[in-house]
Design a protein around this ligand. Structure first.
Ligand code: GAR
Length: 188
């Protein structure tokens, strides 16, 4: 059995798709959900699916490697960042080389880096009058949105789309492809 630990900060729609995708799998298990805040919707999702969860303390996460004990106990094979908005500290990148994957709602290297998340991205894409946007699934290294790209796919944009419309089109791609790519990474 391969164990996934999901890190998330928000509502958790990607986490939900990943949980649903592997629900009946006898090879992949969603072992734990780790949230960056107590109010993250993803915690309700954990509860509803009887997946253990915990909430991180930012100081502790950045300044100690306590979380490694939990990840070890979970026999973690892959850490999946599904809308996790904190930077991954170096000790964690080093402990899980090529074992942390992130989804970014834009075509990296465009629209990446600090402050580029969620709606900010789609607003910037709209303002730049881009003809397309999309998703990037990549390994996580010590630099924001910089690790090796595993998969990208795009969608065409039209002039009349709002930033929210762009976000919705990109989210559709995330939901469609992220679980499938995770599956491929774990069981090539
Ligand atoms: C997703 O669109 C994800 O790509 C994005 O946050 C959203 C989380 O939605 N991540 C980033 O912007 C990371 N830089 P969700 O909680 O519904 O899955």
């Amino acid at each position: 059995m391969k164990n996934i630990v999901i890190f998330a900060s928000g509502r958790g729609s990607n986490a939900q798709k990943i949980i649903a995708y592997f629900k009946d799998s006898d090879q992949v298990n969603i072992r734990c959900i780790i949230a960056s805040k107590q109010t993250a919707g993803v915690l309700d999702l954990a509860k509803a699916n009887e997946i253990s969860s915990l909430v991180l303390d930012k100081q502790n996460f950045n300044n100690t490697d306590d979380i490694l004990t939990t990840l070890k106990e979970c026999k973690t094979d892959l850490i999946v960042l599904a809308g996790f908005l904190w930077k991954i500290p170096l000790y964690l990148v080093k402990a899980y080389p090529k074992k942390i994957v992130n989804i970014h709602p834009a075509l990296l290297p465009k629209y990446g880096g600090k402050g580029m998340y969620g709606h900010h991205i789609h607003k910037a894409v709209k303002e730049a009058k881009e003809k397309e946007s999309g998703i990037t699934i990549h390994y996580v290294n010590e630099i924001y949105d910089d690790g090796e790209i595993i998969y990208q796919t795009s969608t065409e944009l039209s002039n009349d789309m709002t930033a929210d419309d762009i976000g919705a089109a990109v989210l559709k791609l995330e939901h469609k492809h992220f679980p499938r790519i995770i599956d491929k990474i774990l069981l090539p």
